[in-house]
Design a protein around this ligand. Structure first.
Ligand SMILES: [Ca+2]
Ligand SMILES: [Ca+2]
Ligand SMILES: [Ca+2]
Length: 574
């Protein structure tokens, strides 16, 4: 659900052992490299000379027909991994299209090598993850997802929209499938394509009419808190009604991308304003139906998202309702998909990282940073690792390689996973170290004038100035529990730790202040201390008061040998 309150429905769902997840609010980005192919241009009809630089050698290749251009065979180098061809002093790995459309007739390309091996973990949320993500939305490939406009009677404020207008459906289409330019930030689809570096291309089929459930809206709203032989939220009833009545029109098996017998996900967008005072029904959330009474085209309906159409215009909505202040500038967003993007993260099994229960659990966390915390910016390192989008460098005590050259995480996926012992799985305790930059998907969601406390919270790495960069270090404990449905059931998933109620957190950002004087962050406010930028100085973690989950000291220090907005040279010291 959205950040806000969540609390109410959170408890209800938790009690009934129904996984419900959450959402929040915003993003947008300066697209450093827009590769969407929106600009139609033709391949120049000129010969192309490419000088390939590899160590001290230069290999020149001429191509007469640019359409037949191919990169040469990958160069090899002992102890290194070839990461692609780039321009000089650039971290942008180039594609064929990046080259052939160039108007220049001669180009110099440089081989990019990473030191040490990247490590591909075979486990991820969809296959080996916690219970919630089972039978959910795949995070790799090209799944298709149905989006159902649901008529629940319409807006309470009809001044600007007719509640079952086709215009609204067109806007839903923009929010889910639109381009960066059309939305002002990203659509759900364009966001995930960028964030996953093309590993996830979601296509949303938006139903071209409003589906009206057979009972009155209040029936579903009230049903939400009732139990049955299986638990079903009111929105789940609507889902099942829809599937039943559209069975003849749709082959639902096309929405089961991973062929596990469950429709991967269904989004329902209703035409009533969200209720900021009671977030149990008219809100944004993700959960699943437990109704397995009938298969449709060989599939059960299962995971679904439920959210108001009006989140597309939350900027106007929140100003009007004075309930949720904007955390950053949304005035340039035409169709705001932040809420749907966050919730779609839940459909793939990601959890919320904000603290939904202040009375319990440890302090710290991400302080608002990231899409699964305050609905802003790119997904974090841990998210992309869980979703199977990145291959980290792995470094552990006794590693051969302890020096790494990493490029901006948001644009390249470069990250160092630092573990005490050689990790066999991502479901473990470790640290993730990245070069954070406020570029790409991190570039839009910058703070606006807010009450100072909120501003401080959200300012984290997102100062409204150019070229914010530095090292971000996250402490992760992604241990899973076997006891789903049991006593150790935590939050909505069978991860042992979460960022709301457990003493040790699932993900905790190591900020300067923590290494200096805090055990676990006792402060919930951090600002410019969020990024570590000290060069040529050993960052002393081993003797800090910060503790691992088992209360032992941190097992490594590190040193930043070089730091620019394009790359960082990091030395891990065990
Ligand atoms: Ca059918
Ligand atoms: Ca499926
Ligand atoms: Ca808490």
């Amino acid at each position: 659900m959205k950040r806000k309150i969540k609390f109410l429905s959170f408890l209800v769902f938790l009690f009934l052992l129904i996984p419900t997840l959450s959402s929040c609010t915003y993003i947008n980005s300066l697209i450093r490299i827009a590769n969407d192919g929106e600009t139609q241009k033709s391949v120049p009809n000129t010969e192309l000379t490419v000088n390939y630089h590899f160590d001290d050698q230069v290999n020149t290749v001429k191509t007469t027909d640019r359409n037949r251009f191919e990169f040469p065979e990958k160069p090899t180098k002992e102890g290194y991994t070839f990461g692609g061809w780039t321009y000089k002093d650039s971290y942008q790995t180039l594609s064929k299209d990046d080259i052939i459309y160039k108007t220049e007739t001669s180009i110099d390309l440089y081989a990019y090598f990473s030191e040490g091996d990247k490590y591909h973990f075979s486990d991820n949320l969809n296959y080996n993850g916690p219970y919630f993500s089972k039978n959910g939305l795949p995070s790799l490939g090209k799944p298709k997802v149905l989006v159902v406009p649901v008529n629940l009677g319409g807006s309470t404020d009809k001044s600007s929209y007719t509640p079952t207008d086709m215009t609204m459906i067109d806007e839903i289409k923009k929010a889910f499938n639109g381009t960066s330019e059309e939305t002002g930030f990203e659509s759900v689809s364009s966001y995930y394509k960028k964030s996953s570096n093309n590993k996830l291309e979601l296509e949303f089929d938006v139903v071209d009419e409003w589906f009206t459930p057979k009972n009155s809206p209040s029936y579903y709203e009230q049903y939400d808190s009732k139990t049955d032989k299986y638990y079903e939220a009111g929105a789940g009833l609507i889902l099942n009604e829809f599937i039943q009545s559209y069975d003849s029109k749709y082959d639902f098996s096309q929405y089961d991308y991973n062929k596990d017998g469950y429709i991967d996900a269904v989004w329902m967008i209703y035409n009533v304003e969200p209720n900021y005072n009671d977030t149990t029904f008219y809100w944004a959330y993700v959960t699943y139906s437990q109704n397995t009474s009938k298969k449709y085209d060989g599939c059960y309906p299962r995971h679904y998202g439920f959210a108001s159409y009006y989140f597309i215009h939350e900027y106007e909505l929140s100003r009007k309702q004075r309930r949720e202040i904007e955390l950053y500038d949304m005035s340039d967003i035409t169709y705001d998909a932040h809420t749907y993007i966050h919730e779609t993260g839940h459909l793939m099994g990601l959890t919320d990282y904000y603290d939904s229960d202040k009375s319990k659990g440890g302090t710290g966390g991400l302080y608002g940073a990231g899409m699964m915390d305050a609905n802003q910016g790119d997904m974090n390192t841990i998210d992309k690792l869980l979703l199977g989008w990145i291959d980290p460098y792995v470094c552990y005590t006794n590693s051969d390689v302890v020096e790494f050259n990493i490029r901006p995480f948001t644009e390249t996926g470069d990250v160092i996973l630092i573990s005490k012992n050689k990790p066999g799985s991502i479901y473990n305790e470790y640290f993730l170290l990245e070069l954070y930059t406020n570029t790409g998907l991190n570039s839009h969601d910058k703070p606006i004038d807010l009450p100072s406390s909120t501003l401080e919270r959200i300012k984290l790495n997102l100062e409204n100035k150019r070229n914010v960069y530095g090292i971000r270090l996250l402490h992760i404990n992604a241990t899973t529990s076997d006891e789903y449905n049991g006593k150790t059931y935590n939050q909505q998933m069978d991860f042992v730790y979460n960022n709301s109620t457990t003493r040790n957190l699932f993900v905790d950002m190591i900020v300067n202040s923590k290494t200096a004087y805090e055990t676990k962050a006792s402060k919930t406010i951090v600002n410019s201390y969020a990024l570590i930028t000290d060069i040529d100085k050993e960052i002393n973690l081993k003797t800090s008061t910060y503790r691992m989950t088992n209360q032992s000291n941190i097992f490594f220090n590190f040193k930043i040998n070089e730091l620019t907005e394009n790359n960082a040279k990091i030395n891990i010291i065990f």
